[in-house]
Design a protein. Structure first.
Length: 265
């Protein structure tokens, strides 16, 4: 998208708010498709780590590594697309800052000249950037899962463990922000569980993604050599992987519903 086209989308129409601008159908198609590919390849790749699979099929671990690599790449594409969309208030948005401030004077409680004010404006962008960091670490770890890099497998597992930490922290952060968002009073940031129910599909997207990250965090720890010494221990780790991939896929289904079956201005 060209800079002039984006600027038109951001500030070219009366009443448009740079923080609440609608996402185009094409934007939602690309984002949802990339995310869904990530979820499906992760659950498929996880199945390759079942002892009954890799003991009977010599190429299973190679296929698993490649499926994780492909899935991580598409997750990263989706996260970068989303971060770029929500970057206003965080970074690379100098030309939009004045418009954002004038349109959202009622939203922010602190001056943009203070640390708290800068964080208040950058929080959403930082949250989505954390997700992108998690996906980037997944991609680095997934590449090292490929048997060609078997000497670096443990490093790849640690990339995956750290990436999973970024993912479940980021998704938990999103759920927390939704609980602190009152659609009727933007200045009210009091934590209320009832606020989460204002967007059930979003809660499904973020909740299942966070749970998936947690499953991969625990599962990858169990895949470390010290805890993976026999088929029974490998099965335990693989089951956790499959649970994580299933949660990512369910998150993807909620995202499809949110993108294509709910109202968009």
């Amino acid at each position: 998208m060209s800079s002039s086209t984006e600027e038109t989308r951001l500030i070219g129409y009366p009443g448009d708010n740079v923080l609440e601008r609608p996402q185009s159908a094409l934007w939602r198609l690309f984002h949802g498709t990339h995310y869904m590919i990530g979820g499906l390849t992760f659950v498929s790749g996880s199945c390759m780590y079942l002892p009954s699979v890799y003991n009977n099929y010599s190429s299973a671990l190679s296929i698993g590594g490649w499926l994780f690599t492909i899935g991580s790449f598409f997750f990263l594409l989706a996260d970068l697309q989303e971060w770029w969309y929500y970057r206003v208030g965080c970074c690379f948005d100098h030309k939009y800052r004045a418009t954002m401030e004038s349109q959202n004077a009622h939203r922010f409680q602190k001056s943009p000249d203070t640390f708290g004010g800068r964080y208040e404006r950058a929080e959403v962008g930082l949250n989505f950037f954390t997700s992108a960091c998690g996906s980037a670490l997944y991609l680095a770890g997934s590449i090292l899962f490929i048997p060609t890099f078997k000497n670096e497998l443990v490093l790849g597992e640690w990339f995956f463990i750290i990436g999973s930490t970024f993912i479940y922290v980021s998704q938990g952060w999103k759920v927390y922000r939704s609980a602190c968002t009152d659609p009727h009073n933007p200045q009210n940031h009091q934590f209320r569980l009832s606020n989460m129910l204002n967007d059930i599909p979003a809660l499904g997207v973020d909740g299942f993604a966070g749970i998936g990250g947690f499953f991969y965090f625990i599962g990858t720890i169990f895949f470390l050599p010290a805890l993976n010494t026999n088929d029974a221990e490998a099965l335990r780790a693989a089951i956790l992987f499959i649970c994580g991939g299933t949660c990512f896929t369910l998150s993807g289904f909620f995202l499809q519903y949110r993108h294509h079956c709910t109202h968009h201005d």
